[in-house]
Design a binder for this molecule. Structure first.
Ligand code: PFF
Length: 459
């Protein structure tokens, strides 16, 4: 019984749970924005090329390390090389930081879903509504954190897998349905200009290469790269933890492909649903990223859709809840798993203690917009509040650094055989072995180094 509880039931359960982690707000509020900003189809081509090389390398490494060591980040890196325990600790700290604010985002999304469901959609379209809401009590963040804790408390198969198995297929259907709906809309603005969803789709898919310079191309490459590894949930120990729950007979080659396909597919459809909808009602200037896209621009678009907008709004925010919840679960699970290994405690006790800590942390971050409001200027030139600061430290500074260090550990200290042997241990061939070796030893370390310099503002 105990043994069964430590594994995903099989390939599908693992792939859906991992896809649940990978598909998150990044797919919904960052990917469409970057595609619109970085030359439409040009960004898509660059992103797809990176998924097949760079994303594949990092995802394969994390999952193979997890399954081979059967441990989470701290234990796994220590087992690979005792001197590299620090990398495990550094990796462990990423979900520790992300967990402080992810439930807060989940709380916002839940609140909006409730608003649309209860028919208060018009109020959500006003600019001040979002501001008023995020400075209001932390009830929704706490609710979201509580639900996350409850699911993780129920364990790998009974909690994480059980939830991912129905949420992820529904999420996929919802993004496809909304994307198709986006193509059918059209709108004439005050100047009498008609814009259609199909024009918006064309804008999204066409590679805009006019006036492209080398430095702009580099910027697009870096945008795509940082989006990619945030999106795949790699270099933060989450896929190591999930990998450690995969049974030995599962074909990891196929699992990696399916996770990438799921994550990238949802991102592409999210772009096809959001870019045309924003284009129709606000033109090419209307795109923004992050909370302001989801909680300011889109409610305006839904309001402009008339009656249908309420239905689309409900469907969209339910999609966003599924995306955020399955990601949030994976963040908590990886912290729980590391703690269970370090302190030799039971799952239930560990989840309870961590939930209490993170309920408090979520409350503090949620109050970062009122009680604890402050504004900082980050080294990359942008300014932000408490949540942005946490996000910046974890995603822009730590993740590229961890990815860089892990490519050195795998590529040069342990050699790629460590991962390759695991990929072939189920009796399947590792087809992209050559690309993997070149990527992990040469290309990925160089790219990660450049990304690290750029996102910390050094470059
Ligand atoms: N991969 C998720 C996304 O694209 O939104 C985000 C994410 C999930 C980040 C889990 C961090 C994390 F620990």
């Amino acid at each position: 019984m105990e043994k069964k509880a430590n594994h995903f039931s099989g390939q599908i359960g693992f792939v859906l749970a991992a896809a649940g982690s990978a598909v998150g707000v990044g797919n919904l509020w960052r990917f469409p924005y970057l595609a619109a900003k970085d030359g439409g189809g040009l960004f898509l081509i660059v992103y797809l090329a990176l998924v097949l090389t760079f994303g594949f390398t990092l995802l394969t490494s994390d999952i193979a390390i997890g399954r081979r060591t059967k441990k989470s980040a701290i234990g796994a890196y220590t087992q690979m090389h005792p001197n590299w325990k620090f990398l495990g600790i550094l990796t462990f700290l990423v979900p520790v930081l992300i967990m402080t604010y992810y439930a807060v985002i989940g709380g916002w999304v839940t609140k909006y879903a409730v608003v649309y469901l209860t028919g208060a959609a018009d109020a959500a379209a006003g600019d001040s509504y979002f501001t008023a809401f995020i400075s209001s009590p932390v009830v929704y963040a706490l609710l979201f954190m509580g639900i996350t804790g409850f699911i993780v408390y129920r364990g790998i198969q009974g909690g994480i897998e059980a939830v991912s198995k129905w949420m992820m297929p529904i999420l996929l259907v919802l993004v496809v349905v909304i994307a198709f709906y986006s193509l059918t809309i059209s709108h004439t603005d005050e100047n009498g200009q008609l814009r259609t969803g199909l024009q918006g789709l064309l804008y999204y898919l066409t590679p805009h290469v006019e006036g492209l310079t080398v430095s702009r191309f580099l910027q697009i490459l870096l945008d795509a790269m940082s989006q990619l590894f945030f999106s795949l949930s790699v270099s933060m120990g989450i896929m190591i933890t999930y990998g450690s729950y995969v049974k030995p007979e599962v074909n990891l080659n196929r699992a990696v492909n399916q996770i990438e396909l799921f994550d990238t597919g949802v991102a592409l459809f999210a772009g096809a649903m959001i870019v045309p909808a924003v284009f129709v009602f606000s033109g090419t200037e209307g795109m923004s990223a992050g909370p302001s896209l989801m909680f300011v621009s889109l409610p305006k678009v839904f309001a402009a859709m008339g009656g249908a907008g309420v239905v689309v709004g409900v469907l969209f925010f339910v999609t966003a809840i599924f995306a955020t919840l399955t990601s949030c679960i994976s963040v908590l699970e990886s912290i729980v798993a590391n703690c269970m290994e370090i302190f030799h405690t039971s799952r239930k006790k560990t989840v309870l203690v961590l939930s209490v800590i993170y309920l408090a942390a979520s409350a503090v971050i949620a109050l970062g917009y009122s009680l604890f409001y402050f504004q900082v200027t980050l080294p990359n030139g942008t300014s932000g509040q408490l949540l942005d600061l946490m996000d910046y430290i974890s995603n822009s500074v730590m993740m590229p650094l961890i990815a860089l260090l892990s490519t050195i550990l795998i590529g040069w200290v342990r050699t790629p055989a460590f991962v390759i042997e695991e990929m072939e241990s189920s009796g399947h061939t590792f087809r992209r072995k050559k690309i993997y070796i070149v990527m992990i030893r040469y290309i990925a370390p160089i790219l990660m180094f450049i990304l690290f310099l750029q996102s910390t503002g050094i470059l």
